[in-house]
Design a protein around this ligand. Structure first.
Ligand code: KIV
Ligand code: ZN
Length: 527
């Protein structure tokens, strides 16, 4: 028997349930391999989240593998997996949780009239019966069971109370009331939590149940709605790093954690988030999925603490509090960048990688350190940006790597020569001409890899300041229904563009490889 989450947290506080690896990973352009999920899970552990939802095991072999790998290594937080109200899904989920020290089974079923009629084709009574049966089945295997009433905010209130009563009586230890389509408002969701909590109060065991909010951001209200849910009595918030998730995303963990910290006097609630790890965790995810956040994104955007206007700068110089409600260092922004070089040892490289959000196993560190040493032969100093680029093509990913590139003018056109090492370590060289250097470069990369990319967007901007400034290129590509994003950083923007192109191409190739060996259970659609 495992100890349910609710008894493991003293004193009581807001539990942070992170679903970056499940709801976040379901969103376009954000899919992650099991190895990438493990890297992210280690960082979430360091960030201090209470629960990590690792995936939806019945939907893919990859999610089952990820759960097993994470369970073997990440022992502190509760590890949850999602499951439909189907016996086969629940049994697959239970098996995948074998390696977890603190497992949670998260079962869900839609409750709104729209979903009952058009998605499930079930009556009110059939939904109630399914909740009763499947929560009880889940509870017969695992002590920590969360039930989610999908589309709760568009469900009749009396019926939502009835469903919650049935789920609690069947053994649910957490009741999640999601705003699945991001439709609600702060006033409405606060009242909904108050009324549901009051409506189940006489059910045996209800006093130990944790109520949870899971808000989507379709109207840009996910964080505001989650805060209002807390005012209404929610004690768990479901969120994702950088707010990634279905459509417009989920409540962003960095925003809710900082809102509760900065406005502690108002909400009188804490979280266990180590806020100084926020920026590195955010940047790690941006690199892993190749999806940068916008510059003005709260807390983790490049401009979140930048003051440009003269009036603001003047105020800041007199007193930081004039225009700053939190200090950049409190969320992990650093004023100075540590520079590593030929004389740096393994411990220094490891410490820097950890500060950037990479927590490596002994063997992985050994490999990365060797790559670091060969980089030092080519350049005098290795910056954070170099380390991140190394990690992108290093320990956790394989694919085409850029060995060299030369761009020259041919009359009014440009010529590109690229040399790559392919996934088996062989050298491939190709040339192409184009209307400009980037056009020629992308043509040569396409011939060398055999991948043709239809670009949705291509952006280049500078990151860092002064001598440390780098060019960062971001590419977005559509292939069928999927969007692939890639990032590359270098002192030279043409090289940054080549790295971003290869980042996308490698993601696309990995995805093609994964779907070439389809999993039969994958036929089950994601929630
Ligand atoms: O948005 C939602 O309703 C969900 C549930 C499956 C929890 O993600
Ligand atoms: Zn969701």
């Amino acid at each position: 028997m495992t100890t349910p989450t609710i008894e493991r947290i003293t004193p009581p506080r807001i539990r942070i349930f992170d679903t970056t690896l499940r709801d976040g990973e379901q969103s376009p352009g954000c899919s992650m391999s099991p190895q990438q999920k493990l890297v992210m899970a280690r960082a979430l552990d360091e960030l201090g989240v209470d629960v990590i939802e690792t995936g939806f095991p019945a939907s893919s072999q990859s999610d089952r593998e990820a759960m097993t790998m994470i369970g073997r290594e990440v022992q502190r937080p509760v590890l949850a997996v999602l499951s439909r109200c189907l016996a086969a899904d629940i049994e697959t989920s239970v098996r995948s949780l074998d390696s977890a020290a603190h497992p949670r089974l998260h079962v869900f079923l839609s409750t709104s009239p729209l979903h009952r009629e058009h998605k499930l084709r079930m009556t009110r009574e059939q939904v109630l019966e399914s909740v009763r049966k499947h929560v009880a089945l889940a509870r017969s295997y695992i002590d920590d069971v969360e039930f989610s009433a999908e589309d709760a905010t568009r469900t009749e209130l009396d019926y939502l109370i009835e469903v919650s009563r049935v789920a609690i009586a069947a053994g649910a230890t957490t009741i999640n009331l999601p705003d699945t389509v991001g439709f609600t408002t702060p006033e409405e969701i606060r009242a909904m939590f108050q009324q549901v909590i009051a409506g189940v109060a006489d059910v045996s065991g209800a006093e130990r149940v944790i109520f949870s909010a899971h808000c989507h951001n379709d109207l840009g209200l996910a964080v505001a709605n989650s805060l209002a849910a807390i005012e209404g009595g929610a004690r768990q918030v479901e969120c994702t790093v950088n707010g990634i998730g279905e459509r417009a995303g989920n409540c962003a963990v960095e925003e809710i954690a900082m809102a509760l910290k900065v406005r502690q006097a108002f909400y009188d609630q804490d979280t266990a988030i180590n806020t100084q790890r926020i920026v590195s965790t955010s940047q790690l995810l941006q690199r892993l999925v190749g999806m940068p956040v916008q510059r003005n994104k709260a807390i983790v955007g490049a401009n979140a603490f930048a003051h440009e206007s003269g009036i603001h700068q003047h105020g800041m110089l007199r007193h930081r509090g004039t225009y700053e409600i939190m200090r950049p260092e409190d969320v992990g922004w650093e004023d100075s960048q540590m520079v590593l070089g030929r004389h740096s040892g393994r411990a220094a490289v490891e410490a820097r990688l950890r500060a950037l959000g990479f927590w490596l196993e002994e063997e992985e560190l050994k490999l990365v350190f060797e790559q670091f040493k060969s980089l030092c032969e080519q350049q005098r100093v290795v910056t954070d940006s170099d380390l991140q680029t190394l990690m992108q093509g290093g320990a956790s990913t394989q694919g085409y790597r850029l060995a060299s590139m030369t761009i020259s003018d041919v009359g009014s056109r440009a010529n590109a020569l690229v040399e790559l090492s392919d996934p088996d370590g062989n050298r491939v060289a190709e040339t192409a001409q184009g209307d400009g250097p980037v056009d020629a470069l992308f043509g040569a990369l396409s011939s060398a890899t055999g991948v043709s990319l239809q670009l949705d967007s291509y952006q280049v901007h500078s990151v860092g300041i002064g001598a440390d400034a780098r060019g960062e290129a971001n590419l977005s590509v559509r292939s069928g229904d999927e969007v692939f994003e890639g990032t590359g950083t270098s002192r030279d923007i043409i090289e940054a563009s080549a790295l971003a192109w290869l980042d996308v191409a490698n993601r696309l190739l990995r995805q093609r490889e994964a779907t070439a060996a389809p999993d039969t259970a994958a036929a089950a659609a994601h929630a």
